[in-house]
Design a binder for this molecule. Structure first.
Ligand code: ARG
Length: 606
């Protein structure tokens, strides 16, 4: 691994030296560099110094430029041109050698010259996906899964240890009801008590089996629970049996968890995410420590009893009536809620996993819950000041019309149906391309795998490219479009470069020839390629994968302009072709690396 310092950083150092020499009386003048239409970089920041010194900004800019010129009588290896512009900016043009050398150095490195940026030895525990046992995954779980997985990859690339935690909803009073219902269903002596199971199997896209059967069970059990007080009472006794470890009840619960996990794992495989069974540490895992945890909270005075429940109060958390809203750690009936398991998880992640940072990718409606959990854990001493805890909220996925995402029957849309829709749309696009005689001939198996790669990437990219906090509309047809800001557009750009590279003669090398003058479109591409590391640190710093999406999209657009203005294979001469091949190869590698960090497939042929 050889890290390559970005040009922007090198220029800033050179510039700072020039400013210190030209303006010794303006200490602390901090030059800002930005890309500009008129030059490679435009320098801002002299205006402040001008105010302090009471001198016209253009005069100061001229002094800086004079120093640069005096420093480089025989030609500067980095900066080729400078001029004062506007009210007092300095426009800088870099040498072609610097741009090409940078590309060559990055291409030679397996990390594209990007140095790990995280403090060595940092551990982050990242909580994401979190589906619920015996329930279908929905669009909210899609967001958590996809955003969480991209962050897991990006943060790990930055050099930290990332521990993934899939906090499965695998515990709670609903299991008493489900197990009781399941048991009674197979008892032939209570047939007349079984309520009507809604007939959903005729609905399109709804297959029986898998999680479908558990969902039906859930619905039927809930209906009966609400209609039949005697059944409700038996269900409550079943919860007690489950909590007490009654072997038959525990075994039934384990079967339900196993069945749901199989379904989740199938979805994860289809989604190309990193999550494995080892990452699944459900709410039930924390169950044994909850009584002790409550005792400690109470003994420390962090939690108090209120109306029979064990609660934590906060001065600044009040309901609409002005009354304090507590975090309920243990309910009146002695049951533990969601807050208790989250507190136990915080404690374990810090003390056992050695977390320096806790991140939670959970929808924005749970913001208050996490604020209260973190604050409680701080008060209890389980979350020391040096450990950072953050809820990374995300917005809602709506239907294509921007309205709440429901089926015609008013139900939550199932995640598997959404994915199927997108893969089907991608399959249509693949079929159209296949019909083109110039297209790659594929077997039916290859074709359906390609449709999966495109369809899934389309869904993931649509999700990731929207800034986390915003809502977005799920529109499968638009997502798989080849044009616009889509995952397919990036995959297409990547495959297109590979098609160029495949056609290049075997002896054609990708190498820097700085004696050839670069075209503006080549400069734009080279400068953008040099910003890959900055895009990654921006995405990692704010835990916002859309920053990486935005960068990759700009890169694909810049490549397209580059290719339009400067043919590669039919370049006018060998040296030009070598320069262009260099930029092609580096763009392909950067796109592939970026797509991988987002969790999107990067096939070399479309
Ligand atoms: N299972 C919950 C749901 O589906 C989300 C859990 C979020 N994670 C956590 N540590 N509380 O809404």
């Amino acid at each position: 691994m050889t890290s390559v310092s970005p040009l922007a950083a090198s220029v800033r150092v050179r510039l700072q030296q020039a400013i210190d020499a030209a303006l010794p009386d303006a200490p602390g003048c901090d030059p800002q560099l930005r890309r500009s239409e008129r030059a490679d970089f435009q320098v801002d920041g002299l205006l402040g110094a001008a105010r302090t010194l009471g001198t016209a900004p253009r005069v100061l800019a001229q002094r800086v430029v004079d120093v640069l010129a005096a420093d480089a009588p025989t030609g500067d290896p980095l900066i080729a041109g400078w001029e004062v512009s506007g009210p007092g900016f300095v426009n800088l043009t870099l040498t072609d050698a610097a741009l090409l050398g940078q590309a060559e150095a990055r291409l030679a490195d397996d990390r594209l010259g990007v140095a790990p940026w995280a403090a060595p030895g940092t551990t982050t525990v990242l909580d994401y996906s979190q589906p619920n046992v015996a329930k279908e995954m929905h669009a909210g779980h899609l967001r958590s899964t996809v955003i969480g997985d991209a962050l897991a990859r990006i943060l790990a690339f930055g050099g930290e240890r990332v521990v993934r935690r899939n906090h499965l909803g695998d515990w709670g009073t609903q299991f008493g009801m489900l197990i009781q219902f399941q048991d009674e269903q197979v008892e032939p002596d209570v047939p007349d008590e079984v309520p009507d199971v809604p007939d959903t199997e005729g609905e399109p896209g709804r297959q029986p089996g898998g999680l479908g059967s558990l969902t039906l069970l859930y619905r039927a059990a809930r209906a009966r629970f609400e209609a039949d007080p005697a059944f409700a009472e038996r269900s409550r006794r079943r919860v007690v049996a489950l909590q007490a470890g009654d072997p038959a009840t525990v075994a039934a619960w384990q079967r339900m968890v196993a069945e749901s996990k199989q379904h989740f794992e199938a979805v994860y495989r289809q989604l190309d995410v990193l999550l494995t069974d080892q990452d699944a540490v459900g709410e039930s895992h924390y169950n044994p420590v909850l009584p002790q945890l409550c005792e400690e909270l109470e003994a420390a005075g962090v939690a108090v009893r209120s109306n029979g429940a064990l609660c934590v109060f906060f001065e600044d958390v009040l309901g609409p009536d002005g009354e304090p809203v507590p975090l309920i750690v243990r309910k009146r009936d002695g049951g533990y809620g969601y807050a208790a398991t989250d507190l136990a998880a915080v404690r374990e992640r810090v003390s056992v996993l050695g977390a320096d940072r806790l991140l939670y990718v959970v929808d924005h409606r749970q913001a208050l819950h996490f604020r209260m959990v973190f604050e409680t854990a701080r008060r209890a001493g389980w979350l020391p000041a040096h450990v950072h805890a953050e809820h990374l909220p995300f917005g809602t996925v709506t239907g294509p019309d921007g309205r709440p995402f429901k089926t015609r029957a008013g139900e939550t849309v199932r995640l598997v149906d959404l994915l199927e829709q997108a893969v089907a749309s991608a399959g249509e696009a693949v079929a159209v391309r296949e019909a083109d005689p110039r297209g790659a001939a594929r077997s039916p198996g290859q074709r359906s795998e390609l449709a999966r790669q495109l369809g899934i990437a389309a869904v993931k990219y649509a999700d990731l490219s929207t800034s986390r906090a915003r809502d977005y509309a799920f529109d499968a047809a638009r997502m798989v479009s080849m044009t616009g800001d889509t995952g397919v557009y990036l995959q297409y750009a990547h495959a297109r470069i590979h098609s160029i590279l495949r056609k290049a003669p075997a002896d054609a090398v990708a190498r820097a020839n700085p004696d050839v003058v670069l075209l503006p479109s080549e400069r734009v591409l080279a400068l953008l390629l040099d910003e890959f590391g900055a895009a990654l640190t921006a995405a990692a710093g704010s835990c916002e994968p859309h920053r990486l999406c935005d960068y990759l999209h700009r890169l694909a657009v810049a490549f397209s302009a580059f290719y339009e203005h400067g043919p590669v294979l039919s370049a006018p001469d060998r040296a030009t072709r070598e320069n262009r091949l260099l930029l092609c190869r580096l763009t392909a590698r950067t796109l592939a690396q970026g797509l991988e960090l987002l969790g999107l497939a990067a096939p070399e042929r479309l």
